[in-house]
Structures are given as C-alpha cells and as structure tokens.
Design a protein. Structure first.
Lengths: 49, 254
C-alpha cells in the first residue's frame, strides 16, 4: 500500500505524527474541494463553507 | 434557499450514515450537546448573513471581509483560552490577511467606505470564527461523523425557519436546481465540513482558520484555467503573500 509509506515519509520529514498528517491532508482536501466547487459553479468565491 | 437545501440534503445523508454505522452520538455529559448546537447555529448564521451581504456589496468585498475570521479566532484563543501565540504567528496572520486584501480588496482599498453589505460580511466573519472555535472544543468530545451530523441538522432546521419566515419559495423549483442542491450538499457540505471538522479535531482553530484563507485564493488561481479569468500582477503578489503568511502560521503553531 502506498498510503502508509507516504504517511511514514511525511511524518519523518516533518516530525509530525500520523494524526497531524491526516489532519493536514483533510484540510488540504477541504480547501481543494471548496475551491473546485466554486469554480465549477462560476459563482461567488465563498458561498460554500 | 441554497443553504437550506445544502444543509437539509446533507443532514438526511448524514443521518443514514450515522444510523448505518451505529455511531455513538451521546456525549459524556448532556451539557456538551451545546457545542454542536452552537456550531450548527453559527454555520446557519454565517451562511444567512453572508448570503444577505452579497445583495448589498460585491462578492470580492464580502469574501475579503468574511475571511478576517482568523483574526477573531486568534483573539479569542489568546484572550479567553489563554493560548500563547508568538509574535511570528501574528506576523504570518497579518501577512496572509494583507495578501487577501490585495487579491480581493482593491475596491475597498480605493474606496474605504463600509456599506451595509460590508458590515454584514464582517458580522458573518464573527459567526464563521465562532464555528471554528466551537468545533475545536466540540471535537474533543464528539467523533467527527456525529459532530458534523449534529451541526448540519441544527443548521438545516434554523435555515428552514429563516426561509419560512422570509416567505422564500422552497418547492416547485426546476429539476436542475434540485440537482445542483444535491451536488452542493454532497461535495461542498459533506466532504468540505467533514474534512474541516476532522482537521479541527487535531489542529488548533488558530491554525486551521488562517489556512482556510487559501480557499478563495486557490479559487482565484483555478479560475485562470477553468474560467479563463486573469489575475493582475498585484493579485499574484497578494496570493504569494497569503501563501507565505499561512506557511509562517503553520510553522509557528503546527
């Protein structure tokens, strides 16, 4: 599985634990999803959160 | 209306998930229920005031003023929660907010007059900040799925009341509109709020809120290839300032 390897690499590089890595991944997903949904609606820049 | 359907559809879907997974919703003390209730109320008030604001001001101003929420979050964290935020954190936050002002606030910089819509956008930023703060506390006592379900449900109920009181048309809309509501509920509401609430369970609100300034900036960047929009040189500089400010905040607090 590539996911545990990636998590391990990130943890070692940044000194973060697994939960922090997942929290940042979730935050990145949130930002990306909301940005893409705004673009796809071609609407206001923050109608979605 | 969009906010109500977004919350309403999302809460129906979330109810199915909570029931199917037999999620434990009951907290250690019933008083803790106030946290997701407040989270839902803040969400609904944020949505309703911001949606009203854009009727009276332009979207760029409303976006900028709503995104001062991290400032309120940091102030509450310091003044009420006794968090220690170093000088470098405030420098990073100031840089991110200044960058956002350059990207979205050129109108406001050239004409620094706050109208009704701008004031409403500032009020919505207070509710937006309230959501971050309450969720950071709420996630100490609730798992992410029950927490998101409760906040979404409360927000849907509140927005239903607002729509009924305002006499907005909720039924008889075109089918495409309902499909759009479904998409927004599944993608923006469930995915967006789930991931945000998950992050707030492991990172402080004073880090998550400034990082969320990235969202409108990324939207502006994605609009270049997706919508064929162009950014001015100053907006590129502002976007870079936002990124660097967020980087500083995360390095100091992360």
């Amino acid at each position: 599985m590539i996911e545990p390897k990636l998590l391990s690499l990130r943890s070692r590089l940044l000194g973060w634990n697994r939960q922090t890595v997942l929290a940042y991944a979730a935050l990145a997903l949130c930002v990306l999803v909301l940005s893409l949904s705004v673009c796809s609606c071609a609407g206001p820049a923050r109608p979605v959160l | 209306v969009t906010s109500f359907y977004r919350m309403g559809i999302a809460s129906v879907v979330m109810t199915a998930i909570v029931v199917q997974r037999r999620e434990k919703v009951r907290p250690a003390r019933w008083g803790l229920m106030l946290l997701p209730l407040a989270g839902g109320l803040f969400t609904a008030l944020d949505h309703s005031t911001w949606s009203t604001a854009i009727n009276y001001t332009n979207i760029a101003n409303a976006t900028l003023l709503n995104n001062i929420a991290p400032l309120w979050v940091a102030l509450v964290a310091v003044l009420f929660w006794r968090e220690r935020l170093r000088g470098l954190f405030w420098a990073g936050l100031a840089l991110a907010l200044s960058g956002a002002a350059i990207v979205f606030g050129m109108d406001l910089i050239h004409d620094p007059h706050l109208g009704r819509g701008d004031l409403l956008a500032i009020i919505s930023s207070l509710f937006y900040a309230g959501y971050f703060l309450v969720t950071q506390r709420g996630r100490l006592h609730f798992d992410v799925i029950p927490y998101v379900w409760l906040t979404t449900f409360v927000a849907a109920l509140f927005l239903l009341g607002v729509n009924l009181a305002a006499g907005h048309q909720l039924l008889g809309l075109p089918p495409q509109t309902y499909l759009m509501f479904l998409g927004v509920a599944l993608i923006s509401q469930i995915t967006g709020y789930f991931s945000l609430s998950y992050a707030l369970g492991h990172l402080p609100a004073s880090v998550v809120a400034p990082t969320m300034i990235l969202q409108p900036v990324l939207t502006a960047l994605l609009a270049i290839p997706l919508a064929g929009e162009l950014l001015s040189t100053s907006q590129w500089v502002g976007g870079a300032a936002v990124l660097f400010g967020i980087y500083i905040v995360n390095r100091v607090r992360g």
